[in-house]
Design a binder for this molecule. Structure first.
Ligand SMILES: Nc1ncnc2c1ncn2[C@@H]1O[C@H](COP(=O)(O)OP(=O)(O)OP(=O)(O)O)[C@@H](O)[C@H]1O
Length: 266
C-alpha cells in the first residue's frame, strides 16, 4: 500500500478509519479496516459481494455503531455520534433505495433537503426568514444536476437516470464537504452512466467523495484512488493504475471481475 501516514497539504484527512471492526452477532464483518482519505480526493471502494462495503458506509454515516476502532471526520471523532449529528458536521450519503418524495416536484424535493440540512424544521419564524436562502440554494442545486427543465415535474414522473440525479442533488443540497455515494450508477445504461459520471465529477469538485461501485468502468473513470475491501479488510488503497497492477488484488478480486465485465462488453 502506498498510503502514507502524513496528513496532506491542507493539514488533515477528510475521513480516517482506524482499525475499525463491526460484528453482527458472532460474525465479524468488518475486520480491522483502516483508510485515510485526503480532502478533495475521490475514492472508490470496491470488493466482492458481501465484503462489507455497505456496512462500512453505514459505520461512517453513523447508521451502525462500531464494535471497536475509530472514525474521524476532518480530524474529529465521529464514531458514537448519531447520523444527523454526523450529517451536521458535513458528511452526506446517498442510499441504494430511493429517498425521493414521489409526489413532490424536483424543486420541492431539493428544497426539503436544503431546509432539513439547515435545521429549521421546528422553528417556524426561522423557517420563514430562511426560506429565501433555501429557495436560492435549491435553484442552484437544480442547475448543478441539470434538472431545471423538470423543475415542477413530480419526482415519480422522472426517468430513472433523472431520479438518480435528483438523489445526488438531495445528497449535496446541504453543502456537505464529504459525500458518500452508494452505487450511484446502478441500473443505468452505458450512455446514462457516462453522462452521470461527468455530472458527479462536476458537482463534487472541491469535495471529498467516497463511492461504492461495482462497475469497473465507473471506478477507473472517476476515482483518484481505489480502496479494495475483501472480507472486511482494506487490502489495497492506491491509484487506479497501481491497484490494477497489484497482484494481491488481482488474485483476490479484480482479475475475475475485469474478465467478467470485459466479456459482458462493459
Ligand atoms: N444489519 C445486519 N445484520 C446482520 N448481518 C448484516 C447486516 N448488514 C450486513 N450484514 C452482513 O454483512 C455482510 C456484508 O454485507 P454488506 O452489504 O456490507 O456487503 P457489500 O460488500 O456491500 O456487498 P454487496 O456488494 O453485495 O452490496 C453480509 O454477509 C451481510 O449479510
Amino acid at each position: 500500500m502506498s498510503q502514507g501516514n502524513v496528513a496532506n497539504d491542507k493539514g488533515g484527512w477528510a475521513v480516517e478509519l482506524n482499525d475499525c471492526r463491526k460484528s453482527f452477532g458472532k460474525t465479524e464483518i468488518i475486520r480491522g479496516a483502516s483508510l485515510k482519505v485526503k480532502e478533495g480526493e475521490r475514492v472508490a471502494i470496491i470488493g466482492p459481494n458481501g465484503a462489507g462495503k455497505s456496512t462500512l458506509f453505514n459505520l461512517i454515516s453513523g447508521r451502525f455503531g462500531l464494535t471497536s476502532g475509530e472514525i474521524k471526520l476532518h480530524g474529529q471523532r465521529i464514531d458514537g455520534l448519531r447520523p444527523f449529528e454526523i450529517s451536521r458536521r458535513g458528511l452526506a450519503r446517498s442510499f441504494q433505495v430511493s429517498n425521493l418524495f414521489g409526489r413532490l416536484s424536483v424543486f420541492e424535493n431539493i428544497r426539503c433537503a436544503v431546509l432539513w440540512s439547515m435545521g429549521y424544521r421546528y422553528v417556524f419564524w426561522k423557517f420563514l426568514a430562511n426560506l429565501h436562502d433555501a429557495n436560492d440554494r435549491a435553484e442552484q442545486v437544480m442547475r448543478m444536476i441539470k434538472l431545471e427543465a423538470k423543475r415542477d415535474e413530480a419526482a415519480m414522473n422522472l426517468t430513472y437516470a433523472e431520479q438518480r440525479a435528483l438523489e445526488v442533488g438531495i445528497t449535496i443540497a446541504g453543502g456537505a464537504s464529504v459525500i458518500l455515494l452508494d452505487e450511484p450508477t446502478a441500473g443505468m445504461s452505458k450512455s446514462e452512466t457516462s453522462r452521470f459520471i461527468q455530472l458527479i465529477r462536476e458537482i463534487t469538485v472541491g469535495k471529498t467523495l467516497l463511492t461504492v461501485e461495482h462497475d469497473m468502468g465507473v471506478v477507473f473513470g472517476l476515482a483518484d484512488k481505489i480502496a479494495v475491501l475483501v472480507y472486511g479488510e482494506v487490502i489495497a488503497f492506491d491509484t487506479p493504475d497501481a491497484v490494477r497492477a497489484n497482484a494481491r488484488v488481482q488474485e483476490a478480486y479484480l482479475g475475475s471481475v475485469l474478465a467478467e465485465q470485459q466479456a459482458a462488453g462493459h
